[in-house]
Design a protein around this ligand. Structure first.
Ligand code: ATP
Length: 331
């Protein structure tokens, strides 16, 4: 028997457990040898146990080979930020690919934003300079920038993308973005055959809307990556279609970009596409590329044929859509 991979599963709140159930049904159909252990976290968990992020969950996530995450509500900072940090997940990968059949602004969009997750403006160092004047510290290190830039180039090479764009604001953030760009250039020099360009974040925001096909892989610092990846989601029909992976020193953490959607929770209405695409990213990260291709192709087939949940114009339930994906994989 092939090796079993232990996967920690944290469904969380709202639609989290529903989309995760759909994701697991699709993963099971690939035949990949995954053994799941389910853990508790989030708002409901806080109400029941007094803790949003139990130690057992954290230990289980750290011990696993990968973590499947659904969504959490108000306790997101205690749960997901803590998890990313404890798992050493310094790279946030957010793909935005338009699918035929999904109404969207820019159907030609197919890009991956590789966002530095461990420093930048998100280190939580804020202060006051005087009454009514606050400051925030932006930390950019050569080590973290080089690490994320290499990751972007490695991904580009692996996934067959021909270009990496480093997104910056060096004309204003002279010191920090010089460190970032110098590290990116060093990484670029190590990857023959992948084109490298640098672009100012403001011009990138405009070009993404006017001509998204200009971009393939983008590497950028924490805040810019956060904003641009939502912009990219807007190009392809919204957050419901966007998976994400948090990778780094420990197990990968795979989570849909959407939240717990309490307004539709418990009704079988949640669109499982983002979670199913998370499953494909997880498969790929553990070396199951063919299985990931099958999942993506089956999902694309469902989307093109209108075998979808109501938010995308179809009439299927969350698990109904998962079954339709599975049927295409097996058909
Ligand atoms: P949270 O507080 O967890 O962030 P939220 O409702 O503020 O929840 P989202 O969960 O991202 O934020 O939801 C934003 C909107 O998108 C809601 O109207 C929600 O119903 C819808 N939505 C989010 N995820 C899905 C999904 N998977 N399928 C269908 N609709 C979704």
């Amino acid at each position: 028997m092939s090796k079993q991979h232990e996967i920690a599963v944290i469904g969380g709140d709202g639609v989290g457990p529903e989309v995760v159930e759909a994701e697991l049904a699709v993963l099971d159909a690939t035949g990949a040898p995954f053994a799941y252990k389910h853990y508790d976290a989030g708002d409901d968990c806080l109400e029941r146990t007094g803790q949003a992020m139990p130690e057992e969950t954290l230990a289980g996530a750290k011990a696993a080979e990968a973590v499947i995450f659904g969504a959490v509500g108000a306790s997101a900072a205690e749960v997901i930020l803590r998890l990313r940090k404890e798992l050493g997940a310094w790279a946030n990968l957010r793909p935005s690919k338009a699918y035929a059949g999904v109404d969207c602004l820019r159907p030609e969009t197919d890009m991956m934003i590789v966002r530095e997750n461990s420093e930048g403006l998100y280190i939580g160092e804020e202060g006051e300079r005087g009454p009514g004047v606050a400051t925030a510290t932006r930390v950019i290190s050569d080590a973290a920038s080089y690490r994320i830039a290499r990751h972007a180039f490695e991904f580009a090479r692996q996934a067959g993308y021909g270009k990496v764009t480093a997104v910056h604001k060096v004309n204003v953030l002279k010191k920090t973005d010089t460190v970032f760009l110098e590290a990116c250039r060093r990484a670029a020099a190590e990857f023959d055959g992948v084109e490298y360009e640098e672009a100012l974040v403001d011009s990138v925001a405009m070009r993404m809307i006017l001509k998204p096909s200009d971009f393939q892989v983008m590497v950028t610092t924490n805040l810019f990556g956060d904003i641009l990846s939502d912009l990219a989601a807007g190009l392809i029909g919204g957050l419901g279609m966007c998976p994400s992976a948090n990778l780094g020193d420990g197990p990968g953490l795979f989570e849909p970009v959407h939240g717990s959607a309490p307004d539709i929770a418990g009704q079988g209405k949640a669109n499982p596409s983002a979670a199913i695409l998370c499953g494909a990213m997880l498969l790929r990260s553990l070396g199951y590329g063919d299985e990931a291709d099958r999942v993506e192709a089956a999902l694309a087939g469902c989307l093109a044929a209108g075998e979808t949940t109501q938010d995308l114009g179809g009439s299927l339930s969350t698990m109904g859509m998962a079954s339709a994906v599975v049927a295409r994989m097996e058909g």
